[in-house]
Ligand binder design. Structure first.
Ligand SMILES: C[S@@+](CC[C@H](N)C(=O)[O-])C[C@H]1O[C@@H](n2cnc3c(N)ncnc32)[C@H](O)[C@@H]1O
Ligand code: SF4
Ligand code: SF4
Length: 497
């Protein structure tokens, strides 16, 4: 059978995680733009020679490295760019290029046509001349747009990206529309790190945490991304500060030939003219294996690393210590977790219940310092799946569109109410839900009410029940957390039933 395999699939097949697979090569640090956020700060005008580049490529070739990323500064400013690119391609590397897109000539397009790049990733720094100039201090907007179209028209793989800063965040939707109009994939990144050469500095361009959440909130693809991550947080027991593969599966080589673990961890210890890449990788591995958390580190056992994009190298740039995180990372992470504590699903089964359980147990333990055990969960899910108890009401139509409402009265005077939509196109009508509450309230005398806290409404959009809560006499004390309010309750006199 003659099956077609994409380049990405092929990469996955031949990718060897124990080996160096990618090298980022900064062929010059000079740039024709002056973006405020740039981690290179003021450039030293250093250009890598073609000979040095060849030496790097030959070593990478011997190490069976698969791909390289050519970057800068602005790499197309290097007079030897075409020779370098061609050399790497002729050696069989997958080659990507990071560029601001302003210096793409017809000659470069011709070379890209002959030797196709893996991807040309162009940073899009504005949606018109004015915003572009403000961001880059360069007037190349029309030129860049024209070059992007040329690449696209020549079927050269091109992608667009931007970094979100306090200068451009308010027109992100314009950048998205522009990339849609151009029919080119687009991504953005909200993590801006400081100048890599000045220790303990802050990047003034970085966006305020709340603004980041506002932006992500409007982005549907983020919902799934963060939900999956949040629901799969793992217990952390690795005491190594470095948990990434930087310096092992990938290296960053700067324009002077210094080999670094990554762009955020610059050093002047290992120069390719004095030490091989293989030997440097051994040094990096040794360094990483000896660097362990001390007991005071907040990050050691934190299980949110996949959400904050934990990076000791970036932390060191800001705090001066690999194991001390800047508040900003935790703040964004906690806001994200609060934001994405709900999820959508299409059918009700054990997996869905497990996810619900994780959300409930996490919030319960956060609030009351009590844990819901696996046994609790088993009982709970059995109740729900077998529908043996009145407390659990499942409403489903033939297409499994429906909702599940579940209520549990615990010994510790907590009511756990969970309303969960099985499909997004149908909402629970709240009547059954209210009926359960009525039963509960009638069973208890009013003095007791105030000791109960209600946890409820695990649902993607069910405002209905939140209103129901209010009518019934519950005040909202936190996201999804309600407390019985006696005065409200007496005022309403349970009339709603
Ligand atoms: C250094 S540039 C080099 C390539 C090219 N000049 C460009 O701007 O695309 C590579 C990428 O890093 C991003 N970048 C620069 N400074 C950054 C920072 N402080 N934090 C995060 N990303 C940054 C740029 O926006 C760009 O997308
Ligand atoms: S175009 Fe790239 S290298 Fe140049 S200043 Fe902007 S981010 Fe830095
Ligand atoms: S930066 Fe904050 S969220 Fe990330 S691992 Fe450290 S403590 Fe956890």
């Amino acid at each position: 059978m003659n099956e077609q395999v994409s380049l990405e699939d092929l990469y996955e097949i031949i990718y060897d995680k124990n080996n160096l697979s990618n090298a980022v090569i900064e062929i010059n640090d000079e740039c024709n733009f002056r973006c405020d956020h740039c981690y290179l700060g003021s450039k030293t005008k250093s250009f890598m020679s073609f000979d040095l580049f060849k030496k790097i490529i030959d070593e990478l070739y011997d190490l069976e490295c698969l791909s390289i990323l050519i970057t800068g500064g602005e790499p197309l400013m290097n007079p030897n760019f075409i020779d370098m690119y061609t050399y790497a391609k002729e050696k069989g590397f997958l080659v990507s290029v990071n560029t601001n897109g302003s210096l793409i000539t017809d000659k470069i397009i011709e070379v890209f046509n002959k030797y196709c790049p893996y991807v040309v990733e162009i940073s899009l720094y504005g949606y018109n001349e004015e915003t572009y100039l403000e961001f880059t201090h360069n007037q190349s907007y029309n030129l860049v747009l024209n070059n992007i179209s040329k690449l696209k028209n020549n079927n050269i793989p091109v992608k667009l990206k931007t970094v979100l800063t306090n200068k451009n965040y308010y027109y992100l939707d314009k950048l998205i529309s522009l990339s849609e109009k151009l029919d080119i994939p687009f991504r953005y990144d909200y993590i801006i790190f400081p100048n890599i050469f000045s220790l303990e500095s802050k990047n003034e361009s970085r966006l305020d945490t709340k603004e980041i959440i506002n932006i992500i909130r409007k982005d549907p693809s983020s919902k799934k991304h963060f939900n999956d991550k949040i629901l799969n947080l793992k217990i952390e027991n690795d005491d190594h500060i470095f948990q990434c593969m930087g310096g092992e599966q990938s290296v960053y080589i700067d324009s002077n030939g210094y080999i670094n673990m990554c762009v955020a961890l610059v050093n002047k210890n290992y120069n390719i003219n004095e030490i091989t890449i293989a030997e440097t990788i051994r040094k990096f591995k040794e360094f990483k294996s000896t660097l362990k958390f001390d007991k005071t580190s907040k990050c050691q056992s934190c299980n949110k690393k996949s959400i904050c994009r934990y990076c000791p190298a970036r932390f060191k740039l800001e705090t001066g210590s690999y194991s001390k995180c800047p508040d900003w990372y935790c703040d964004v992470t906690n806001l994200l977790i609060d934001e994405y504590d709900t999820f959508l699903c299409e059918s009700l089964d054990e997996t869905v219940l497990t996810k619900m359980f994780k959300i409930i147990s996490k919030n319960m333990s956060k609030l009351y310092n009590t844990k819901i055990t696996d046994d609790d969960f088993k009982n709970w899910s059995n109740n729900i799946l077998n529908n043996t108890q009145l407390k659990t009401i499942i409403n489903c139509d033939d297409n499994l569109n429906g909702y599940i409402q579940y209520m549990e009265f615990t010994d510790e005077k907590k009511i756990c109410i969970c309303e969960f939509e099985i499909a997004s196109n149908k909402q629970g009508d709240g009547i059954t839900f209210n009926k359960l509450l009525k039963e509960f309230l009638l069973e208890h005398n009013s003095e007791e009410y105030k000791n109960y806290i209600v946890y409820g409404n695990i649902s993607n959009s069910n405002i209905h029940s939140q209103d129901g809560f209010k009518h019934l006499g519950f005040k909202n004390i936190d996201k999804n957390i309600y407390q019985i309010d006696l005065s409200l309750l007496q005022k309403n006199k349970l009339d709603l039933f």
